[in-house]
Every structure is written in C-alpha cells, then in structure tokens.
Design a protein around this ligand. Structure first.
Ligand SMILES: [Zn+2]
Length: 72
C-alpha cells in the first residue's frame, strides 16, 4: 500500500470517527487508509508522534502500531 501523498511528510494519521491513530510506516489492508482519506475524517498531529496522538485521546491501531497490542 502506498502512503497517501497528502501525508507523505507525516507518520501518524488519526481517524476522527473512531479516535484511532495509524502508523503510515506500516499500514495494512485492514487499516483502510484509502477509505479514511476519502472520508476526510483524518487528523494529523503536531508534533507528529504517537505520544502526542495519545495525548489527544487517540488509541493506537492494533493492526499497524505494535504498541497498540500492549495495554498501557
Ligand atoms: Zn492501522
């Protein structure tokens, strides 16, 4: 899967509908990044880091974020 061109300079992409953050370095099909881009309900973070996404109450995607599989 290719990285969305609008997000080529970002690593972390949030889905506002479900408050889940994806790692664009390893998205898989189940992440439905293309569908998310089409919905336009995505969010970028500043700084572009996982802790910042968590600060904004986004949960790590269990498909593409290794940290999403461990409880914190
Ligand atoms: Zn994902």
């Amino acid at each position: 899967m290719s990285r969305p061109t609008r997000f080529e300079h970002y690593r972390w992409l949030g889905d506002k509908r479900v408050q889940v953050v994806h790692d664009l370095d390893n998205p898989i099909e189940q992440c439905s990044i293309d569908e998310l881009m089409q919905s336009e309900q995505f969010a970028a973070f500043g700084p572009d880091t996982l802790p910042e996404a968590k600060n904004r109450n986004y949960r790590p995607c269990r498909h593409c974020v290794p940290q999403g599989r461990v409880a914190d």
